[in-house]
Design a protein around this ligand. Sequence first.
Ligand code: FMN
Length: 189
Amino acid sequence: MAAPKVAIFFNLQLVLMKAIALSAQSERMVREQDFLVSKTDLKGIIKYANQPFIEITGYTEQELVGKNHNIIRHSDMPGGVFKLLWSVISVGNEFFGYIKNSSKDGSFYWILANVTPSFDTNSKIVGYYSVRRMPKRSALREVEKIYATMLEVERQYPNRKQGAQASMDYLLNFLAQHGANYEEFINTL
Ligand SMILES: Cc1cc2nc3c(=O)[nH]c(=O)nc-3n(C[C@H](O)[C@H](O)[C@H](O)COP(=O)(O)O)c2cc1C
């Protein structure tokens, strides 16, 4: 009697593992009309998320608000991109960039993000605001190549911080060779 039960258990486990593996590979698409909005405090803790943002992440609003924005970080994203993002917004400038994010079920989605600081009446930064839109598919092919190289650069360092610095330097160097900053470069793709 025990044998069929064991077999059913392992079959179920196999089906479950296949489903997880499939969802990890599946891509969610941002619709053309969507604006995915989030607001954070100075440390990147989510304070607000709009409905299209909540929907695509697969989390509930309660699960998102109060969490660090890295809750949706995808492992294909180089640390160097986020190092650049923070170095730009923390001094009061706006950042544009392609970001691959992870949904709760393991699927992924690409977005073109604009991240801006929010200022108080004394021009002091009090938080950050991000609006994301549907990415250009042709640009993603180029961006994926650059990010893959950045990840390779990062793997050469035992320490995450050093890796992120080195891959950001790689990106800045790459952009300098193209005579553009990141925003100008992605507009050419
Ligand atoms: C307004 C704002 C929006 C952000 N959006 C994202 C995002 O969509 N995806 C993401 O992975 N990180 C985003 N970040 C950056 C995260 O805060 C974090 O730096 C990044 O996920 C890397 O986290 P980690 O180094 O702790 O893994 C955002 C930060 C801010 C301030």
